[in-house]
Structure formats: structure tokens, C-alpha cells
Ligand binder design. Sequence first.
Ligand code: F3S
Length: 395
Amino acid sequence: MELTKQEESILNGEHGDVLERQMRLLVRLGEIYNADKMIPVGSVQVAGVSYKSIGDPGLDFLEDIASKGGKVRVLTYLNPAGMDMKDWKELGFPKDFAEKQIRIMRAFGDMGINTTATCTPYLAGNLPRFREHIAWSESSAVSFANSVIGARTNREGGPSALASALLGVTPNYGLHLEENRKATIRINVNTELKTSSDFGALGYWAGKHAKNGIPFFKGIRDANTDELKFLGAAMAASGAVALYHVSGLTPEADSQVGGGLETFDFGDKEKKETYETLNTGQNPDIAILGCPHASIREIAYVASLLEGKRLGKPLWICTSRAMKQLADNLGYTLKIRKAGGRIVADTCMVVSPIEEMGYKRTGVNSGKAANYLPGFCKQEVIFRDVEKLVEELLV
Ligand code: F3S
């Protein structure tokens, strides 16, 4: 790899031990993937934030960097933490868990990281532009940034993203290169997609077929950014899809598709079978929406569904702190609260310890959450459209 004089001097330890270690990590990564050089990044999003995911070793690692004065050089956001950083007590999060989570957030904050903890940073003040190079790590955020915005990012691990934040660069390989963004399979969609869960079901099914490839979708007539968010998140979970193209909807679809692609059809039968696969339980004892973190449009929709209703079981809508504040200002939080639901900020159903909080059967509208909840949180899953989930929770 060709390094600049500055990068060489960091690698030689002339800027301290913390930066030397970070540069070594990025250079090693670049060598593995044959990167020719480092490129500057416009922003970073760091995963590995929940105490549930990183435990004590992760906490020690972060506190070590923070105590040695490590500071980020570019706009850096965090992935969801393991709990709502304000309302954790009221929501029933365990105290010992909370103490560790607070220390993690403090360490990140000391490094100059914006501790907005969200998997939809693009909705909360960290919006890259088309073709901007970034280093993000949460898989659904990576998918959205690459596919819907047309920014360039690999799917970074937590440590490599943090290294990019501290150094402001990333190795130039993978999806940063134009030639690696071409579609590798084609999926013809021959069924109507009406709800976010339909997009999640398609994403789950497509991820199984695409694996770590790049799908090109034909036949999706329309989709808003929330629906594309559900599609990408599920594909990144059931497969390892970091970029997809949708004919007529995403910015690189026309330029990155060629002929002769292996082709699959997703019709009524495939949709029905996917719902059957993802439903592993019934009679939810909680429903959790907001995977990926909810937009204000989704929150408004739930508030409208709950108007004048009363829930008999808990309903959480996970989102960023910024979106929660907007929902507070617009009166949605109060409407949802009156019906017995909660907007939960900073965390989500997968990275919070819901299994330790007594929940066994969780209702979701997200293909990604449906994919992860059985393994990560020992949950039976009820996978439905938001409207049906809400109906099941009503008194
Ligand atoms: Fe986000 Fe958690 Fe889903 S990080 S994409 S809400 S699993």
C-alpha cells in the first residue's frame, strides 16, 4: 500500500501509541484486500456499542483509548446502545448492565464521538452525499448508504470503523471502487409489496439467495425510504448484502446492471412461504417496532393507529434520541404513551437484554429483527405488518 508521509509517520509511532495501533489495523486490512492507498472519509458510524455485544473486554478497550486521549477526526456516530440512556430505570433495564453501558458511552463521548446511538444516522444528522466515501459499520446503515444514497462504504467492523474515526481515512478497496458495485444477481418481483413487513420479507428471501452478492430488483413499482430501509436491513441480516439496486428507484441501478445475471422470481408463493418461515410463535407478550430505527413518518403512523385505543401489552418503538425529541415536539410521544406504548431511544430489540427482562415472544414488522431475535435474544417471533401487530396488543 502506498502511504503518505503523514500516514507513514503515524505508523512509525511518531504520533503516539493509540494512533500507531489504529493505523496498523487499517494498513493490515488494506493489505489483506489489496488496497492501493488510504482515502479520506466524510463520516464514520461505529458498531459494537451495546454492553451486551462487547462485554468487559470491549469496555476496557474503549476506556483505554479514551484515557490515552484518542480523539476522532471526522463526524462520528454510534450504533444503538444496550438501553435507553435516559429512561432505562423506568423501562426495567438491569442496574449492573446500565452502569457498564454508561461507562461505554462516556468513553465514546470522551473521544469526541457524537453519542447519538442509532442505526439510521442518515435520519439524525449524519447524511452523506452521493459518491462520498464513508466508513460505517452497522449492516443496515451500510446497505442504505450504499444503495439508496449512493455513498461508498464497506461493511466495517467496530474496531476498523473506530480506527477510521480516529485517523479520518479508510483503505481503498471493495465497495469504494466503482468496478465492485455491479449487480451480481437479478430478482424479478412479481407480487405486490404493500407494507414494511412485505419489504422485510422480500429482503429476508433475497438475502438468502444473494448471500454476499449485489442484487438488482426489477418490478418494485414504488417504495419510500422507510420501505427501502426494511428491504436492505433484512438482506444484510439473512445474507451479507451491503449494496443493492432497484430499477427506477436507486441511483446506480441503471449504470450497474449488465446482462446474463442469474435470475430468481419472488411471487405470491415465495412471499407467503417467507412469512411462514419468519413466524415462529404466536400471542406476543411485547411488540417492538423500529428495526432499523423508526423515522418520524413511521412514528406518526403508529400514533395515528393508537388514537383512542388502549394497549394491553407493551409496545416499543425504537428510534434515535433526535427522532424521539422530534416526536415529543410533535405530540406523537404523548399520543403513543396515552395508549400505553413507549418510544424507546438509543437502543433496539436485538442489542438490549430483552430476554433478561422476562420477554419470550416478540412481535416485529422487521425481517432483520425476525431473523435475529430467535438466536440473539431467545425469542419466539410474531412477524406481521404494524397494523396487525397493534391489533393483537389491544385490550
Ligand atoms: Fe438497528 Fe437493531 Fe435493527 S441496530 S437495524 S434496530 S437490529
